[in-house]
Design a protein around this ligand. Structure first.
Ligand SMILES: [Zn+2]
Length: 395
């Protein structure tokens, strides 16, 4: 919601008028100089939208405000040309409405298009979310990173490294919406105060690492060369439900230089629906973008969400720091998922992250069954994952 600055207004005043944390208003208006607002300048109020109300006989500002538990001055601010003493029946007023519901519904086939639409709605409602494009997929789709908060502790989550594990994107996005709701409405999640995290943590999220692959699994092969290539790699089969790779048949989670050669020696040697690690490490734009991001951000911890198995991989060659064990034990406590330290598998993002940065890195395998997991599991997975999301912030 946008308001226009009047003489005497301040961001602090808007914070009290709308009961929204001041930090969130400041960060929603990076172009505004908080100590010298200009009269007539537009200021964005996060977590609010406006509704149009048609004035009826007997209405007064006071009656309209008290019925909705909003302040008189909030109505005046949004309707600068309306004289409160001369309301006309049939005239329209803009009224502020604090958003208390999700705009993201993760419980649906969550392709790149749904992601893009949901991101636009979140940016509009929560302008303090910072976004940037960290690269492009093979087919040119934007690889988006979101950042929320101003804390020195940078916690990273990513989803859909594997195409047919797209439900991980849906889970992340729905939780992101709940997190933003809790921040703007000063609410708790599972009894935990959320607002303090805004200044303690910078949350970095790449919700969909493999958008071309996700769209292939959900929508079938695209028109043109990439679709034809994917069909060839899939032996002409139009069922792509077993497809984990990117659009040209490289498994993005087998692309990292962490004993890559060991894995490559026992994996497919040409493009395949899954497990082909590429002809060399880091040949794909998606894996390069994620490697550069880790290099740029100094993640305090990294969680890569996959399906399935209800387990959490947390070690790599003894290079993980001691606190990885403390953290994974808390993840187990809040989700019931079982920690697994070492596994005979290399060249994943988590492996490389631990090896190169010596910080806690986790591969979290959500849900159980056969990929792609059916949406009937969404609500249960969401509940299990919520505890892990929160623990990654406070641990
Ligand atoms: Zn996976």
């Amino acid at each position: 919601m946008d308001v226009k600055v009047r003489s005497g207004d301040s961001l602090w005043y808007y914070s009290t008028l709308f009961n929204v944390p001041l930090d969130l208003i400041i960060d929603s208006n990076p172009q505004a100089e908080p100590s010298s607002l200009q009269i007539g300048q537009t200021i964005r109020i996060p977590g609010y939208e406006t509704s149009q109300y048609r004035i009826q006989s007997g209405d007064t500002f006071w009656k309209i405000a008290s019925e909705r538990r909003i302040s008189l001055d909030a109505i005046a601010l949004l309707n600068p040309s309306v004289n409160p003493r001369m309301l006309q029946i049939g005239q329209f007023l803009s009224l502020p409405v604090q958003v208390s519901y999700r705009v993201v519904d993760g419980n649906r086939p969550y392709d790149f298009n749904v992601l893009t639409t949901d991101l636009s709605e979140l940016y509009e409602l929560y302008p303090f979310v910072r976004r940037q494009t960290i690269g492009n997929s093979v087919m040119g789709k934007d690889l988006v990173e979101l950042q929320i908060g101003r804390g020195p502790k940078v916690v990273h989550w990513n989803g859909s490294f594997h195409a047919n594990e797209w439900i991980t994107t849906a889970v992340i996005m729905q939780f992101l919406n709940d997190y933003l709701l809790a921040l703007t409405n000063k609410e708790t999640i599972r009894g935990l105060e959320i607002n303090p995290f805004y200044n303690e943590v910078t949350l970095s999220i790449v919700p969909m690492v493999d958008p071309d692959g996700v769209d292939l699994v959900l929508n079938g092969p695209p028109e043109g060369d990439f679709g034809e290539l994917a069909l060839r790699i899939n032996d002409g089969n139009t069922d792509f439900s077993g497809w984990k790779a990117n659009i040209r048949g490289v498994d993005l989670n087998n692309q990292y230089p962490a004993k890559w050669e060991v894995d490559a020696a026992r994996k497919p040697t040409s493009p395949a629906p899954r497990d082909f690690p590429g002809y060399q490490p880091l040949t794909e734009p998606e894996t390069v973008a994620m490697a550069e991001l880790a290099g740029a951000r100094n993640f305090e911890k990294m969680l890569a969400f996959h399906t399935q198995g209800e387990v959490i991989y947390w070690g790599y060659e003894g290079l993980e720091p001691p606190r990885s064990m403390t953290i994974v034990n808390e993840f187990e406590r809040v989700s019931g998922y079982k920690p697994i330290r070492y596994v005979d598998s290399f060249s994943g993002y988590k492996d490389w992250f631990i090896q190169d940065f010596r910080q806690p890195g986790f591969t979290v395998e959500l849900g159980s069954g056969v990929n792609p997991l059916p949406l009937e599991q969404f609500d249960e997975i969401y509940q299990e994952t919520m505890g892990i999301f929160l623990a990654s912030l406070y641990m």
